[in-house]
Design a protein around this ligand. Structure first.
Ligand code: PLP
Length: 407
């Protein structure tokens, strides 16, 4: 399958109102109407191309939405003030008291906490399952299940979801498959594999400069309009709409996404292979030792690689902390959560982004306390980065004996 997303993004063009090469930013929260009747009709949803109020939509948000729809191959997309804003809008739109969700158990800690702790207050229950075990997934579906939810590549364990098979299962039960594609934009195109709704935290690779939080829902026009409905739309009524200024800046960053993803993937594959050769416990979907390697190969767009995230298990939390502090001191990256930055970011998920998941459940899913999640940066000389990282590991006796000499 030839993926044309990057070309579609490149082909989008809008001029600013004075012929600028970027669209003008809509710097207004509200919009005038030439007649009271037109305002009434617009509120009733009977006029196209009219703007009401920027919590509903704005030109800048629509431009970014169109770019995201081109990226994911959906009819349209809505943009939100954060990834969590996008996720909660989708759930609130699909579910009501008594509804049930079947979700992968290895998902971002915030999404897990929303489903596990918050949604039961609204009588919405979630079954967390091993998404790679299709039999278990199917058994968990009940007559009240309103969606099957997973991450294309999961946070933080990098489990690869078999989107084709999950989609068949969801279709057989008449429920949508919702895929969070935050870890693998361009590398995986969930809609082409059968997913119905794709979610992104734009905060990560898509924006790529760690300067804002934002999210997106890419889906059918019908679903995206329902999220914006003035009477019943979860996006509109719960108010997690993205600000226009941010939408404009994210759109500009998105234009280099294809170049960045290729470089993130190339650098991560290099480090993962080297550290595996050194005998470290590395997880990366690009390694044949990874349990999701074949699934990834079958469903990926190969020109964008296996993505920019890998994990290393260095044996204990103390060792993980010492290594991260030393690597930061040596200017090899930052001890920080999040991903998709030009610098490498590293954190120990068990005590940070997945700390919402109880310890026994972390253990069950294989999230050990010596695990470090790396979002590998755009380093120009990855061979040198590797040698310097290896040197840090030798100094801390994570790798031994010392063999690395630095120039
Ligand atoms: N989905 C995934 C896979 C994430 O990693 C995150 C954040 O780390 C989110 C969603 C939430 O996104 P945001 O922080 O933009 O709300």
């Amino acid at each position: 399958m030839k993926n044309k997303s990057a070309q579609k993004l490149q082909d989008l063009h809008y001029f600013g109102e004075f012929g600028g090469v970027n669209p003008s930013i809509s710097d207004s929260s509200t919009y005038t109407f030439l007649s009271a009747k037109k305002m009434f009709d617009t509120f009733e949803g009977n006029t196209e191309g009219c703007y009401l109020y920027s919590r509903h939509s704005s030109p800048s948000n629509l431009y970014l939405g169109e770019a995201l729809a081109a990226l994911e191959g959906t009819e349209t997309a809505n943009v939100y003030a954060s990834g969590m804003g996008a996720i909660s809008a989708v759930i609130m739109q699909r579910c009501e008291a008594g509804s049930h969700i079947v979700s992968s158990r290895t998902i971002y800690g915030g999404t897990y906490a929303l489903m596990k702790n918050f949604l039961p207050k609204l009588a919405i229950d979630t079954s967390f399952v091993d998404i790679t075990n299709l039999e278990k997934v199917e058994k968990s579906i009940t007559k009240n299940t309103k969606m099957l939810y997973c991450e294309a590549i999961s946070n933080p364990l990098l489990e690869v979801a078999d989107i084709r098979s999950l989609s068949k299962l969801a279709k057989a039960h008449g429920i949508p498959l919702v895929v969070d594609n935050t870890f693998s934009p361009l590398s995986i195109s969930p809609v082409h594999l059968g997913a119905d709704i794709v979610i992104h935290s734009l905060t990560k690779f898509i924006n790529g400069s760690s300067d804002c939080v934002a999210g997106a829902v890419c889906a059918s026009t019908e679903f995206c309009l329902s999220l914006k409905d003035v009477n019943n739309g979860a996006g509109m009524l719960m108010g997690s709409t993205l600000d226009s200024l941010r939408a404009a800046s994210i759109l500009k960053n998105m234009r280099t996404l294809h170049i960045r993803i290729k470089k993130h993937s190339e650098n991560t594959l290099y480090l993962a292979q080297k550290f595996q050769e050194d005998g470290l416990k590395v997880a990366y979907p690009g390694l044949s030792s990874h349990p999701g390697h074949n699934t990834m190969k079958e469903q990926m767009n190969p020109q964008y690689g296996f993505g920019g995230l890998m994990t290393l298990d260095v044996g204990s939390l103390d060792k993980a902390n010492a290594l991260m502090e030393l690597m930061q001191k040596e200017n090899l990256g930052y001890l920080a959560v999040s991903l998709g930055f030009y610098k490498t970011l590293f954190s120990a998920p068990g005590t940070s982004t997945s700390s919402e998941i109880p310890l026994e459940e972390q253990e069950e899913m294989g999230l050990t306390d010596g695990l470090i999640r790396f979002s590998i940066g755009l380093d120009n000389n990855i061979e040198n980065t590797y040698l310097r990282m290896k040197h840090c590991m030798e100094r801390l006796h994570i790798l031994g004996p010392k063999t690395t000499t630095l120039a």
